[in-house]
Design a protein around this ligand. Structure first.
Ligand code: IMP
Ligand code: MG
Length: 173
């Protein structure tokens, strides 16, 4: 059963704030937004339209092994960037940082390609779940340790199109 957690209005308000913050912090630069597929596509679409700068967008896809609700600790790249990040200001855009394994994997990979900077922008972070302590420079919301869907986040590919965020009650946390 779905139980609403964060409304579409609350998400929109927070995304606008993040966009304004990014616009200030990256003033006079042209950041490359790297969306982590599939989950970040909705967030990135809204966020990029709240950034008042010349930006570029690119995408990566990562498979993390697990049962769908828990990462097992390994990640592999299933789609690479098309843009060369050498000397670029890269902003990694994630739907959710849970264990942090996906984000850490991507940070390490990107750093081998010598960008000027890399920062993480995540819509959500789960309380008390981090296996990897990562800096998340731009964070939408901290949420309780529950399985959430909507606004790009799925369970078995369902619910990505929900305009709000909800917990999925019949799933273990
Ligand atoms: P991490 O590697 O454990 O940080 O997991 C990151 C990925 O796991 C996210 O990009 C999501 O695709 C997925 N994930 C983690 N928690 C949830 C959740 O509560 N709902 C939906 N997807 C999740
Ligand atoms: Mg998923």
């Amino acid at each position: 059963m779905l139980a609403p957690l964060i409304s579409a209005d609350a998400i929109a308000g927070r995304v606008a704030e993040l966009g304004a913050q990014i616009s200030r912090d990256y003033r006079d630069r042209r950041p490359l937004l790297v969306g982590v597929l599939d989950g970040a596509f909705v967030f990135l679409a809204d966020l990029c339209r709240r950034i008042d700068l010349e930006i570029e967008c690119d995408f990566v896809a990562v498979r993390s092994y697990g049962d769908g609700t828990l990462s097992s600790g390994e990640a592999t790249l299933t789609r690479d960037l098309t843009v060369d990040v050498l000397g670029r200001d890269v902003l990694l855009v994630e739907d959710i940082v849970d264990s942090g394994i996906t984000a850490e994997f991507l940070l390490r990979l990107l750093r081998t390609r010598r960008p000027a900077s890399v920062a993480i922008c995540a819509l959500l972070r789960k309380e008390g779940r981090a296996i990897r302590e990562l800096p998340v420079e731009y964070l939408g919301f901290t949420i309780p340790d529950r399985f959430v869907v909507g606004y790009g986040l799925d369970h078995a590919r369902r619910y990505r199109n929900l305009p709000y965020l909800a917990t999925l009650d019949d799933r273990p946390a």
